[in-house]
Design a binder for this molecule. Structure first.
Ligand code: NCD
Length: 325
């Protein structure tokens, strides 16, 4: 048996049809469903490290990437994931589509739906956009980021990176730091990390902390050093300047002084701490290059690699459910 044939067997052994037609929110996954997806993604990591990275699990299926917001890594990650599973992948950049001519979100979705895609990956600047679309189309919808709300595949790939680095997620202390207010990554991560049994802390200035953060199921900290003290994972978030109305931070320089991660502050975390960032990074604003580029500490490139495998697991599971429908 070739390595790839063995790989396929291991993969199909671990494949379960997704519990729902859509993936809209990280909170929709229970601990068993999340662990199944992570196990499946582990198999795809192995496949992606081989010379022949393609399977035909999604042969005949059409995946549409519908991105109303700029994205480099998420869009290309879904595109590669679809192609490696043998799907036909179409990238719709909303800036060059009829949306620019005034077509509404729903019109666009209904039009695309008439072309009979099987999987629709949506990114939009409005919270709730993916959920709204899922009610209007016949295919599976995957939320690839809706406003400040959710980004479930980011939380899954983050959990995969953590689990591979530590062998577990449960019992670890994860400090999510920075611009929590504008971050869909933070919302999805708090939900999934709680489901997987991690202790979650939210660390940031009061102006960048949602007022209801203490009800998210995380400890809230407004002192960076105390917030990351003893944490095994420090997850830095991008200062989302494009989503800010008014001056929530005095200057990016001052922000770095109090909230930017450098070696001095990182020393407060647990020995063996790993640093994460969903990208794109503002170097010198929320994170110092010395930390971001240290292979002993940083999981940032690893997160990008895990992204493709994780999205393959999500697409394959959703398609397996479509088959059974
Ligand atoms: C994040 C996003 O777009 O939500 N990035 C990503 O998906 N890799 C975070 C961000 O934009 O800061």
């Amino acid at each position: 048996m070739t390595a790839t044939a063995q790989g396929i067997e291991a993969i199909t052994d671990r494949m379960f049809p997704f519990h729902s037609r859509h993936l809209l929110s990280a909170g929709d996954l229970n601990a068993v469903q999340a662990a199944d997806l992570l196990d499946l993604a582990d198999q795809f990591v192995a496949l992606n490290r081989q010379t022949n990275k393609t399977l035909d699990l999604l042969k005949g299926r059409t995946l549409m990437n519908l991105f109303f917001e700029n994205s480099t890594r998420t869009q290309s990650s879904f595109e590669l994931a679809g192609k490696r599973l043998g799907a036909d992948v179409v990238n719709m950049n909303a800036k060059t589509s009829s949306v620019a001519k005034g077509e509404t979100l729903i019109d666009t979705a209904v039009t695309l739906n008439a072309m009979r895609p099987d999987l629709l990956v949506v990114r939009h600047s409005s919270s709730g956009a993916a959920a709204l679309l899922s009610q209007k189309v016949g295919c599976s919808v995957i939320n690839a980021g809706d406003g400040q709300h959710e980004h479930p595949t980011q939380a899954l790939l983050d959990a995969l990176s953590i689990r591979r680095a530590f062998g577990r997620v449960s019992g670890l202390t994860v400090a999510i730091c920075g611009d929590i207010l504008h971050s869909r990554v933070a919302r999805s991560n708090v939900a999934l990390l709680n489901t997987l049994g991690a202790h979650v802390r939210l660390v940031g200035p009061p102006t960048l902390m949602p007022s209801a953060a203490d009800r998210w199921g995380a400890e809230v900290h407004h002192d960076f050093r105390k917030g990351i003290a003893g944490a095994e994972v420090v997850m830095m978030l991008r200062l989302q300047l494009e989503r800010m109305q008014g001056a929530l931070v005095p200057s990016t320089r001052e922000y770095f002084r109090f909230w930017g991660l450098d070696r001095e502050k990182l020393a407060f975390a647990a020995p063996g701490v790993r640093v994460m960032h969903p990208g794109p990074m503002n170097r010198g604003v929320e994170i110092d290059s010395e930390v971001a580029d240290d292979p002993e500490v940083s999981l940032i490139q690893n997160q990008v690699e895990m992204g493709v495998a994780m999205r393959m697991a999500v697409l394959a599971s959703l398609a397996a459910r479509l088959e059974n429908a």
